[in-house]
Design a binder for this molecule. Structure first.
Ligand code: AMP
Length: 119
């Protein structure tokens, strides 16, 4: 699947639409999900143009992968979620119900999150 440069997260990265920013560095941007599924629900996205985890894990240079995952860990710690715990989730492709075709991880925290999969 080709990367769509007009997907909503690409537009957030370009500053064309706003987000509630949590964190930003050279590799990643983190912001609150617009439709939170937990008391803390943050999205972390790479600055580079990758459709999904499959694309990112295949083609991103090592520095981008390392920078991205270090940023995600930092965001979760800064949100106070490291001690009680959190869930990190990435959807890839139609069976996963991925909605936005720019790689992102969800960080869910702030309550007991229950079983891994529902439905
Ligand atoms: P996924 O199903 O993994 O692709 O998740 C996409 C997520 O992006 C959903 O949880 C949406 O609520 C969230 N989302 C969509 N548009 C925005 C936006 N403009 N700002 C913040 N989160 C968004």
């Amino acid at each position: 699947m080709a990367y769509d440069p007009n997907n909503i997260f690409a537009r957030i990265l370009r500053g064309e639409i706003p987000c509630r920013k949590v964190y930003e560095d050279d590799y990643a941007l983190a912001f609150y999900d617009i439709n939170p599924q937990a008391p803390i629900h943050i999205l972390v996205i790479p600055k580079g143009a990758y459709v999904s985890f499959d694309d990112f894990s295949r083609y991103a240079p090592d520095a981008e992968i390392i920078g991205f995952f270090r940023a995600a860990g930092q965001v979760a710690r800064a949100a106070g979620a490291a001690e009680p715990g959190y869930r990190l989730l990435a959807n890839h492709g139609p069976d996963s119900h991925q909605e936005v075709p720019h790689f992102h991880v969800h960080i869910f925290a702030g309550r007991k999150l229950g079983p891994l999969l529902a439905g």
